[in-house]
Design a protein around this ligand. Structure first.
Ligand SMILES: Cc1cc2nc3c(=O)[nH]c(=O)nc-3n(C[C@H](O)[C@H](O)[C@H](O)COP(=O)(O)OP(=O)(O)OC[C@H]3O[C@@H](n4cnc5c(N)ncnc54)[C@H](O)[C@@H]3O)c2cc1C
Length: 503
């Protein structure tokens, strides 16, 4: 509508989606003087990193822990550039307590590197050479990443950014480009260490969506090392929503606009260039076309193809050929504090049947609130347990409610092996399935987390921020998968630099 129109005296940017990727890109561009309009179909910004409130509890929808808050970390860098305060946060230590099938004491992934080294040497005797390789590759990859390479490059400018980030120290990673974690385990004679493999499968699946045999080694080096100092994982004070709220503040301070409950239905392309989007106001049903100089799509790449209608055939084909992405099943519990065992770590991971799958409730990633963190009233707590699931059955079943109830009961029964969960301690319970995620985040079939980090789709072989259509940019976890809010912020930063380079 004309009263919502962008300021034509400036370069105009429409951002589709107010996830952390879209908000970060929008806030940075507004700060640099662009006329920015962010549209989101949901009620609240933040997408998979937003929250909802029930019976006095605040639940984080998806993301519960944050990387990149340390000095030099990606959120830290972006918040400094935007001159907004970083949210208050406590470091997670251990980052995770992992319970393998049939075991009653956890493997604690400590924040202190030496403590973690001692723990893993005790837990997995003989595996240290593998971990040392991971540490070496991580050090080189992290420095490389810190120099803001553009990966994968799609034109000469991108290639130049990539070349400038390479140093002699980066070259150590090159021979391992086509290695999986499974290959590295075999290299060190650890291929048949089932316990180590289960631990790695569990931890890697959280990030890469695939197990150790399939996960690209260079990707795994970061995923397995980022929870130790000087990096680390953090639990935000208040809730995850604070991250989005701060970005919205910066956006609006710098003249940008955010419209919730507005769905982008189509991206218009003329002569190979994105020129406008078709917007539907969900409250009034009004539909209009808004012209723009750039479109930043903070959507899954599968959604991007749908929004284009006529996507370039090669791009469309590549998206259609992607292996099935994961969905998530999440149980949100508001409980009496007596349900939580003493000294309970903030994040735990459980696997139940050693022969069962990773995911599908056979493994649960659990986040527990702590007193005073803003998520539960005094004397109460929140428990959020998630599991990767195949989204397909959730769409094909003719008894969705029954399937949801079955998963909910099963997850609570499994959680009750650790927490004291009885009718008298559970105050609120609720679950989200791929259908729920599709509804609230508009992600195709409710897929989450991005694209599995196998060799053909990781880093240099992944989806680029630069799409085959001029002035159409992709931000979010399809381009930086599995690294959560930190990864999508990095994707936003790259797009902002690419747009700026066109000036
Ligand atoms: C269960 C679960 C647990 C997780 N745990 C962690 C964790 O602990 N730490 C971590 O860092 N990450 C975690 N993640 C991942 C993290 O939440 C995501 O990677 C990240 O938040 C994705 O951000 P995004 O900006 O790419 O997209 P999204 O969060 O998906 O945001 C996209 C936004 O676009 C909007 N949108 C989509 N299509 C349209 C359209 N056509 N028109 C208008 N609006 C549209 C949606 O409403 C949504 O708000 C978890 C994810 C899940 C599901």
């Amino acid at each position: 509508m004309s009263n919502l129109s962008l300021d034509k005296s400036k370069s105009r940017v429409i951002v589709i989606g107010a996830g952390i990727g879209g908000l970060t890109a929008g806030a940075l561009l507004a700060h640099k003087g662009y006329s920015v309009l962010i549209l989101d179909q949901a009620l609240v910004p933040g997408g998979c990193a937003s929250t909802f409130k029930r019976s006095g509890f605040t639940f984080d929808v998806g993301a519960t822990q944050v990387a990149g808050l340390e000095p030099g970390g990606i959120h830290h860098r972006i918040f400094s550039e935007l001159a907004i305060d970083l949210p208050e946060a406590t470091p997670c230590d251990p980052a995770c307590a992992v319970y393998l099938p049939g075991e009653v004491t956890p493997i604690n992934v400590w924040r202190d590197p030496e403590k973690w080294q001692a723990e893993r040497q005790r837990q997995f005797p003989g595996s240290e050479p593998f971990w040392q390789l991971m540490a070496t590759l991580f050090a080189a990859s992290w420095e490389f990443q810190g120099r803001d390479p553009v990966l994968p490059p799609r034109n000469l400018w991108d290639l130049w950014q990539l070349a400038q980030a390479v140093r002699p120290s980066t070259l150590i990673t090159v021979p391992f480009t086509l290695f999986t974690v499974g290959d590295a385990l075999r290299l060190y004679g650890l291929g048949s260490d089932q316990r180590l493999r289960t631990f790695l499968d569990l931890q890697l699946k959280l990030y890469s969506q695939v197990n150790a045999d399939e996960t690209a080694l260079l990707y795994a080096a970061t995923a397995l090392s980022v929870s130790q100092l000087p990096q680390g994982l953090f639990h935000l004070q208040g809730s995850m929503q604070v991250l989005s709220d701060r970005l919205v503040e910066a956006l609006e301070r710098d003249g940008g606009k955010l419209l919730m409950r507005h769905t982008v239905e189509h991206i218009k392309v003329e002569s190979g260039k994105a020129t406008a989007v078709v917007i539907r106001n969900q409250k009034t049903g009004e539909v209009w076309t808004e012209a723009t100089d750039h479109v930043v799509a903070n959507v899954a790449v599968q959604n991007l193809v749908q929004l284009l209608g006529q996507a370039p055939p090669g791009y469309k084909h590549r998206v259609e050929k992607l292996p099935q992405a994961s969905g998530a099943f999440v149980v949100y519990l508001g409980v009496d504090a007596s349900a939580i065992p003493p000294e309970c770590p903030p994040h735990l991971q459980f696997m139940y049947d050693a022969n069962g799958p990773i995911g599908e409730n056979n493994s649960l990633f659990v986040s527990v609130s702590h007193p005073g963190d803003g998520r539960a009233p005094d004397g109460k707590a929140t428990i959020i347990a998630s599991s990767f699931v195949d989204p397909a059955p959730w769409w094909s079943t003719d008894n969705y409610s029954l399937l949801k109830q079955k998963y909910t009961d099963e997850a609570i029964a499994r959680l009750a092996q650790y927490f004291y969960l009885k009718p008298e301690t559970i105050i609120h319970q609720e679950a989200a399935t791929p259908r729920t995620f599709a509804h609230y985040t508009a992600r195709d079939r409710g897929i989450v987390g991005g694209i599995g980090q196998r060799i053909p789709t990781f880093g240099p072989f992944g989806f680029a921020n630069r799409t085959p259509i001029n002035h159409l940019w992709l931000v979010g976890d399809s381009t930086h998968p599995g690294e959560g809010t930190a990864g999508v912020s990095y994707s936003a930063l790259t797009v902002v630099r690419q747009i700026e380079a066109l000036k």
